[in-house]
Design a protein around this ligand. Structure first.
Ligand SMILES: [Zn+2]
Length: 401
């Protein structure tokens, strides 16, 4: 009797051990899938991106020349959700994805400078000072960066509101956090970037608008004088003007320059076919024709990068000035977000688009893992309790007869 009882005890322990072992295996599978989908997948995908080759002046040694190429990363429309429209789960998921993508890109690609082309926040246009502070805190955590990498942010309509809702207060609080001014020149390694507040290019003479225009005109004067001095053209109006590198500037702004629609845009991440032919509204979807012309006259840029549309496009202005619409960096806005990598010298540039993991692919991996988990549990139950399934099978057979 005692022997039988101890046998039963051993069997029970064995049974529990088996079950524990099985649960441990399941847990391992779940943890592995989570680590891959939430962490490793960013490394696997971004590892495939590379800085594009750019022509470098021939007389420089290779060591000198690689140091003289500026590695710049451009992303746009992160739209960090706010307290009014953002669901906490949506917020958590999107912000985790963007943080992992950004941090992975920083560690693998080591850019010198990163530009975010506006609409950093979704509700900056109406957020209370407390909600704003909370959004800024989360932004600074997500987009933290080492001291040798600079981060520059251009203002967008969701950060301070469209022109009719933009106020000096909202612009000031944005400018304070991001050290942004409505026309700002950044010169790195001889490359000039002009950061534009495109929301203030309404052309109606409002206080913010006239200040922004005056600043841009002053900058354009400085840049044009530098180019003339380089070519030894003497100009009285340029005397006493600070000399900058004579390179043509690159314009960075949120709204794209005027274009009729996205009908001409091609590529897997351009606008959806049903949206492509919808005409753009000036001062809403794109800058007005007048403001666009002004920017081209003032700066003669060699490249323009903009955001706002959430989709990709390449446009040629005046037959020679390329503009790149940088798609949204958030999976909330697209299945295939991306960022642009630019190798830039004072005379040349080369761009490359780095795609982030497809959200649909990550979801598929989760679905397959879930199905596998289900099958494993069923198989285990069947193995553990075959008599139960045998009885069930018999009952079914009996019923059928
Ligand atoms: Zn926008």
């Amino acid at each position: 009797m005692a022997m039988m009882r101890s046998d039963l005890g051993i069997m029970k322990i064995l049974h529990l051990k088996k079950r524990g072992c099985f649960l441990l295996k399941l847990l391992c599978l779940v943890v592995l899938v989570l680590i891959f989908c939430e962490f490793l997948v960013y490394y696997v995908v971004i590892f495939q991106c590379h800085w594009p080759e750019v022509n470098i002046e021939a007389h420089k040694s290779s060591k000198q020349s690689s140091a003289s190429v500026l590695k710049a990363m451009f992303l746009s429309d992160t739209h960090l959700l706010g307290e009014i429209k953002g669901h906490w789960l949506d917020k958590l998921r999107r912000e985790w994805q963007m943080e992992r993508a950004f941090q992975t890109a920083l560690s693998l690609l080591e850019p010198d400078i990163v530009f975010i082309l506006g609409d950093v926040f979704d509700e900056g246009k109406w957020s209370s000072s407390q909600a704003w502070a909370d959004d800024v805190r989360r932004f600074q955590k997500m987009f933290r960066h080492p001291v040798h990498t600079e981060l520059m942010v251009v203002v967008g309509n969701h950060d301070i509101g469209f022109h009719y809702e933009m106020t000096t207060y909202k612009l000031k609080r944005f400018a304070k956090v991001f050290n942004f001014t409505s026309g700002k020149l950044i010169t790195r390694k001889g490359v000039n970037f002009v950061m534009v507040n495109s929301v203030a290019l309404e052309g109606d003479g409002c206080t913010v608008c006239s200040r922004a225009e005056a600043k841009l005109m002053k900058l354009s004067h400085k840049l044009n004088c530098s180019q003339q001095q380089e070519q030894n053209h003497s100009n009285k109006r340029c005397s006493g003007v600070e000399q900058l590198p004579a390179s043509e500037p690159i314009l960075l702004q949120h709204y794209p320059l005027y274009r009729r629609s996205d009908a001409e845009c091609i590529g897997e991440d351009s606008a959806l076919p049903e949206e492509k032919n919808i005409p753009f509204k000036e001062k809403y979807d794109v800058l007005s024709r007048e403001a666009s012309q002004k920017l081209l006259w003032w700066f003669h840029p060699r490249l323009i990068l903009s955001g706002h549309t959430h989709s990709a496009c390449e446009v040629l202005h005046n037959g020679k000035i390329p503009e790149i619409s940088v798609p949204s960096f958030s999976w909330r806005n697209r299945n295939n977000p991306s960022f642009i990598m630019g190798s830039i010298t004072p005379t040349d540039f080369s761009l490359y688009k780095c795609f982030l993991p497809l959200e649909s692919r990550v979801v598929t991996i989760y679905c397959i893992a879930g199905a596998l988990l289900g099958v494993l549990i069923l198989a285990h139950l069947q193995r553990l309790n075959p008599s139960f399934y045998f009885a069930q099978h018999l009952i079914r057979k009996h019923k059928a007869v």
